[in-house]
Design a protein around this ligand. Structure first.
Ligand SMILES: [Zn+2]
Length: 318
């Protein structure tokens, strides 16, 4: 599929990877990790391998504290990237919960003081390194609750990618809303001290890859996300993005969902094995269509380099 000046469509899949939840979005009681130990190796990786897709699993504290989950992740077959995902109530400093079973986590990390948020991200990243032996490159905030300090902390910690921004959405919170209504749709380097403003010249070194959406006039946007959107709706979102950004040499699409969505009753979404199968069938059908369109699948950590290479190509021919 070729639209306008676009020569390449990069398709990335970013997955919040957490303990199983319940249908009300509280953590399971007792705490379970079927989505990581069964869902990733037996349900998701086969679909991704078949399509040639490369997922990025963004890991929470409790997943990295669970030996069976870490073992499953270290043994994962097929191309993938591992990164981090913060629910800030579950890590020091100012850790609120030590037994996570049955707990909800409404906190936005951007409401922490800058130094506390940085230390939480540092502890999360250090935990990742102890589990996997290298530094993580990609990140998403729990509840999408990121702010300008999140980006500067990620920069200090050597991250390449943040994917917390959900364009067209304002997330309500009593301590202050997180407002992405004016955020860009395509990847950008935020101006220093901001999360949603594109840098005029020198931005931060962290590339923001927003979750792919299609806005609607009255209701909230459509998400590039199985279960939230049918296969036809996801195709429609892709067509919208390609038309809207036809002047770009590279267009990036970022699908998101949670690992828990492929275990029945482990999230508010699929509740039966039949629902899970429908989720996986839709995912497989959509990814197959993406492949047939010639889209290039890439882990989120590879997008920054791919965009830099594309701009080198531009300079080479002009
Ligand atoms: Zn989360």
């Amino acid at each position: 599929m070729k639209v306008g000046k676009t020569e390449k469509v990069l398709f990335t899949i970013t997955i919040d990877t957490e303990c199983d939840h319940d249908p009300n979005w509280a953590r399971s009681r007792p705490l379970r990790f079927d989505s990581v130990t069964v869902g990733l190796p037996e349900r998701l990786q086969p679909v991704f391998r078949e399509a040639g897709a490369v997922p990025t699993y963004l890991l929470t504290v409790e997943v990295m504290e669970d030996a069976s989950s870490v073992h499953a992740l270290r043994s994962l077959q097929g191309e993938h990237e591992l990164g981090t995902h913060l629910h800030s109530a579950f890590i020091e400093p100012e850790k609120k919960f030590f037994d996570y079973a049955g707990i909800d986590s409404p906190d936005f990390q951007c409401h922490c003081g800058p130094e506390v948020e940085y230390q939480k991200l540092r502890n999360l990243s250090d935990l990742f390194e102890r589990c996997f032996g290298y530094r993580p490159r990609s990140f998403r905030a729990g509840r999408y609750g990121a702010g300008a300090n999140t980006i500067s902390s990620l920069e200090r910690l050597g991250y390449d990618i943040d994917t917390s921004v959900t364009p067209y959405i304002r997330w309500r919170h009593p301590d202050g809303d997180v407002d992405y209504r004016d955020a860009p749709e395509q990847p950008y380097y935020p101006a220093p001290g901001t999360l949603t403003r594109v840098a005029d010249s020198v931005g931060t070194s962290v590339l923001e890859i927003p979750v792919t959406m299609r806005p609607r006039l009255i209701r909230g946007p459509r998400w590039l996300r199985p279960w939230f959107s049918s296969v036809e709706t996801m195709k429609d979102i892709v067509h919208y993005q390609l038309r809207r950004h036809r002047d770009r040499q590279v267009v990036v699409l970022n699908m998101m969902f949670h690992s828990m969505e492929i275990i029945a009753k482990a999230s508010p979404y699929p509740q039966t094995e039949g629902d899970v199968q429908r989720f996986l069938d839709d995912l497989a059908a959509f990814l197959d269509w993406c492949r047939s369109c010639g889209f290039v699948f890439a882990a989120s950590g590879k997008v920054k380099r791919a965009l830099a290479d594309a701009s080198d190509d531009v300079r080479a021919v002009t």
